[in-house]
Design a binder for this molecule. Sequence first.
Ligand SMILES: O=P(O)(O)O[C@@H]1C[C@H](O)[C@@H](CO)O1
Ligand SMILES: Nc1nc2[nH]cnc2c(=O)[nH]1
Length: 326
Amino acid sequence: MCSRDCCNNKGPVSRTKEGNPCEKKTQKQESEIIVPTPQSLLYPYEVIQEIADFIVKGSGIRPKIGIICGSGLGSLADIIQNPKVFDYEKIPNFPVSTVEGHAGRLVVGTLEGANVMAMQGRFHFYEGYPLAKCSMPVRVMKLCGVEYLFATNAAGGINPKYAVGDIMLMHDHVNMLGFAGNSPLQGPNDPRFGPRFPALVNSYNKDLINKAIEISKTMGIESSVHVGVYSCLGGPTYETIAELKALRMMGVDAVGMSTVHEVITARHCDMKVFAFSLITNKCATEYSDKKDDEASHDEVMAVAKNRQKTCCELVSRLVAEIQKTA
Ligand SMILES: O=P(O)(O)O[C@@H]1C[C@H](O)[C@@H](CO)O1
Ligand SMILES: Nc1nc2[nH]cnc2c(=O)[nH]1
């Protein structure tokens, strides 16, 4: 609210580059101008290092594989042996999870003999966090020693061949937030993390995709496992029919609200990436009055709960493969 008697503006005073137009500019006011912090400066290297040291010292483990649990897939962290659990609130400079199905804990331990750390709860853009904050834990993983990122998510299936409960191994993405000029790497680049202009072709490790396909055959689930393209939108709304049609025309097979900025951050610091979507709902691409066509978080959570055993087995077996060849 503007406090000047001369002013009729009773709304919130917005501090733009030009300042409040109804106040005379003074020297002091110039210094009050708020310039948004570039995303890359939100978590400087030293802060990430501090968080990583806290986790490595606190757990006594240097993890090689980092796992991000998607909505309703927190059980991927429950299978970790000898777990050392860190609540996000207790980790210095860590955000908190605000979404149902994302517990807000970091679990460090072993899986199939490999040292791993898992985020039971990720951060989303729609929670109000900038992308660099959403993907900051990936950099923490890197400085903890992580070489492989496993990112999982719940997603809507746009490809008409996909059924609810299927798994889509991600082999590429369409970065819709990036199209709009938003990136976790926006701002000055710190070369200790990676290069100014990272390439993203081959972001999704082909060997790991092939291994996962082989594993799906031994598990007898190969007919419900696909390889496809994921796209991340800002959320929290699910998509309109027109948006889904447009995404399908662009070659997108599954749509969600996460993962892409984590993958960008991981590739920037040269981590090997494996990612999959659990198809929790089918996205309608034609107009109809059916209530069934409406996505809901309850459905997402219920399907994830039903399929968590399969997802856990796929992840454990792939970790075992990596450990075997280490
Ligand atoms: O964290 P993920 O991407 O798995 O969660 C998806 C996107 C939203 O957070 C939520 C919507 O139901 O599921
Ligand atoms: N954007 C988006 N995210 C999801 N997460 C789970 N299902 C969906 C969906 O249909 N759309």
